[in-house]
Every structure is written in C-alpha cells, then in structure tokens.
Design a protein around this ligand. Structure first.
Ligand code: SF4
Ligand code: SF4
Length: 135
C-alpha cells in the first residue's frame, strides 16, 4: 500500500524472522484491490541505512542514536495523566514530577499525546539531533 517491500521495514523483517505472523506476500490472499497511498511521508531512513552495515556495528551505532520522552519541569503540574496513560507502567508517580523508567519504556509517546500541559517532549541523543538536521 505504501510502496515499499514489507521486508524492508525492520519491524516486519524481525517479526518474520521470529515467526510472528506471515510476511510473505505470496502466502497472503488479497481480496479486492489493494489501495495505494502514494503521498505517505516516510520518516528519515536511518534504520534502512543501518541495514547495509554489519549488525554488531549497527547495534553499537543504535546505542548512540536514541530518542525518548522527557518532562519539562517548568511546565509540568504533576497531574499524573501521563502516569495513568502509560501502557507499560514506565512512568511512576514522584515529586515534583513523574519519573521515567526508561528500561520499561516502549517509546509509544502516549504520555506526550495525553499531557494536557504539553510538558512531555522528545529528548534526542546528540547523534540523533545531528542526523535529523540533515534528514
Ligand atoms: S501529564 Fe503532563 S502535566 Fe501531567 S504529570 Fe504528566 S507531564 Fe506533568
Ligand atoms: S513513551 Fe509510552 S511507554 Fe514510554 S513512558 Fe511514555 S507512555 Fe510510557
């Protein structure tokens, strides 16, 4: 639908390698016409570029390329909406603001969407900021 081979999408490819679902279009019966979305805007292709380098080096690079939610202390009212919205309990109540357990966070950014004060923002690593500038 979006004009890319499903196996070029890292999450699809890895799920397929782990036997989760069917990724081979030859084994999927399509009923009716497949709609084509030709104006879909893809995010910067950092993971696609990493496909071309050895996995051990790619893993090392990915440690330097990250983004995660963070809370602006000056804006947060500690209403706890984000804590209640997190699907994996990666935010815990604290004072003066909730605290992230980044090891649990799946980066879904529900906390960012639900915050009534817009106090949650995306914090990016230096490499991530650098790449975004050129993407
Ligand atoms: S939802 Fe926003 S304002 Fe409320 S506690 Fe979370 S970050 Fe703070
Ligand atoms: S990004 Fe998602 S998983 Fe991470 S703390 Fe926010 S709501 Fe929870």
């Amino acid at each position: 639908m979006l004009g890319k081979s499903p196996m070029k999408i890292p999450t699809n490819r890895i799920a397929s390698e782990q036997g989760l679902g069917e990724a081979d279009l030859n084994n999927i019966e399509v009923i009716g016409d497949v709609p084509v979305v030709d104006d879909f805007k893809w995010p910067p292709n950092i993971t696609g570029s990493l496909d071309r380098i050895p996995p051990s080096i790619a893993r090392g690079l990915m440690k330097l390329f990250w983004s995660r939610p963070a809370i602006d202390k000056k804006v947060c009212t500690n209403c706890k909406t984000c804590v209640k919205s997190c699907p994996v309990d990666a935010l815990i109540e604290n004072t003066p603001i909730p605290e992230f357990e980044y090891g649990e966070c799946i980066n879904c950014l529900c906390c960012m969407e639900m915050c009534p004060e817009k106090a949650v923002y995306e914090e990016k690593s230096r490499l991530s900021r650098l790449i975004s500038r050129f993407a």
